[in-house]
Ligand binder design. Structure first.
Ligand code: PNS
Length: 160
């Protein structure tokens, strides 16, 4: 079975992530979305909330699953039976960080391949950080986030 891991913060998941996941799910038997439990970050959504949103978005898709992890990504990839890690690459600004991380992961675990996928052009400027900022200031982006995420963001920020 060809299994790939798609790790990240997903706080929250956007249509850019969904695009990559749907395309990756055509290339692999199973794609596991792995949410990092990061005690040093102050996320908007809890890991449990993020898991629930992703489950709802992909409820009809049996080869997209979701989990959370802590510790080293390469250790979790091995534990979950994935020898491929997928990362999205939007723009040149992503490149340096992704390049360093990929080479460091390769140093730690040369048997794990890291594959980069570009989002479709309409999502190439999209980030979870900007999405949060826009909703927090009263805006909405229903074309750029899945409906469960739009609802959750409206509940967080627009329900006074
Ligand atoms: O969505 P993000 O925040 O860009 O995802 C970053 C993530 C989760 C992929 C990265 O922070 C990570 O892999 N963290 C796990 C700890 C680890 O393995 N660190 C060494 C990376 S070289």
């Amino acid at each position: 079975m060809k299994k790939a891991l798609y790790p990240g913060s997903f706080d929250p998941i956007t249509n850019g992530h969904v695009d990559i996941l749907e395309r990756a799910a055509k290339l692999f038997d199973v794609v596991e979305v792995a949410i990092l439990k990061n005690p040093s970050k102050d996320p908007l959504f809890t890991v449990e909330e993020r898991i629930e949103m992703i489950k709802e978005i992909f409820k009809g898709k049996r080869n997209i699953i979701v989990s959370s992890f802590s510790g080293l990504l390469v250790d979790y990839a091995k534990k979950s039976g994935s020898n491929v890690i997928i990362r999205g690459l939007r723009a040149i600004s992503d490149f340096e960080y992704e390049f360093q991380m990929a080479l460091m992961n390769f140093k730690l675990s040369p048997e794990i391949e890291i594959i980069f996928m570009m989002p479709r052009v309409e999502y190439s400027f999209l980030s979870s950080k900007l999405v949060k900022e826009i909703y927090s200031l009263g805006g909405r982006l229903p074309d750029l986030v899945p409906p469960p995420v739009d609802r959750a963001l409206v509940n967080k920020f627009h329900d006074f």
